[in-house]
Write a protein that binds this ligand. Structure first.
Ligand SMILES: C[S@@+](CC[C@H](N)C(=O)[O-])C[C@H]1O[C@@H](n2cnc3c(N)ncnc32)[C@H](O)[C@@H]1O
Length: 186
């Protein structure tokens, strides 16, 4: 999936400001910075951003990465050319996902790449069965989302009128299944 999203960005990212929204341990952020981007990599997790900082290799200018603990939806982080939310919206229900994309779109000039858990029959069954068990300390569950539902809601959003879906790709590897969607500003 990371490779797919990186391929959907220009090869030379010099001069581009990129938000790695929900960066985890920062693998995407590092690759984008190696291609010249100025990356702001944000995650709610202090542990993950701490790991990311510790593992950060030397990056040649103009590329650079700043790892920040915070809310990727906070407008205080400013404007970006590209926003990438790899598997960081998969726990959001469709209206919340679209609300998050709305907010990000208002401060993005070129493209937003995000992934969602596609609503396939298998994933829907797994999700339904999973809900029968007590949550305990489990991580938040993923929420399967229909591609058509997202696209319809995005098209209906008054703040997304100058955005359109461009590419989509489903990636399935072992137990991993996620679908990427590219939104571009027209
Ligand atoms: C499944 S991980 C994916 C991490 C990374 N993007 C990757 O693909 O390896 C999802 C991450 O999104 C982060 N996340 C979810 N909502 C967030 C928010 N509003 N602000 C910052 N991080 C968020 C979580 O803390 C978690 O680390």
């Amino acid at each position: 999936m990371r490779e797919t999203l990186l391929n959907w960005l220009p090869e030379d990212l010099s001069g581009r400001r990129v938000l790695d929204a929900g960066c985890g341990t920062g693998a995407f952020a590092i690759e984008a910075a190696r291609r010249g981007a100025e990356v702001v990599a944000i995650d709610l997790s202090t542990t993950l951003t701490g790991l990311a900082r510790n593992r950060l290799p030397v990056i040649q200018p103009p590329g650079r990465v700043e790892f920040v603990v915070g809310d990727m939806l906070d407008p205080a982080f400013g404007e970006f050319d590209h926003v990438v939310a790899m598997d960081s919206l998969i726990h959001y229900r469709t209206p919340d996902m679209v609300g998050a994309l709305d907010g990000l779109a208002a401060r993005t000039t070129r493209s937003i790449l995000f992934t969602f858990a596609p609503r396939t029959p298998l994933l829907t069954v797994m999700h339904t069965v999973g809900r029968l068990f007590p949550r305990g300390n489990r991580a938040p569950g993923i929420v399967p989302v229909g591609e058509n539902a997202i696209e319809r809601k995005l098209a209906a959003s008054s703040s997304m009128t100058d955005w359109r879906p461009s590419r989509t790709k489903r990636v399935i590897t072992g137990f991993y299944m996620s679908q990427a969607l590219e939104l571009v500003r027209t």
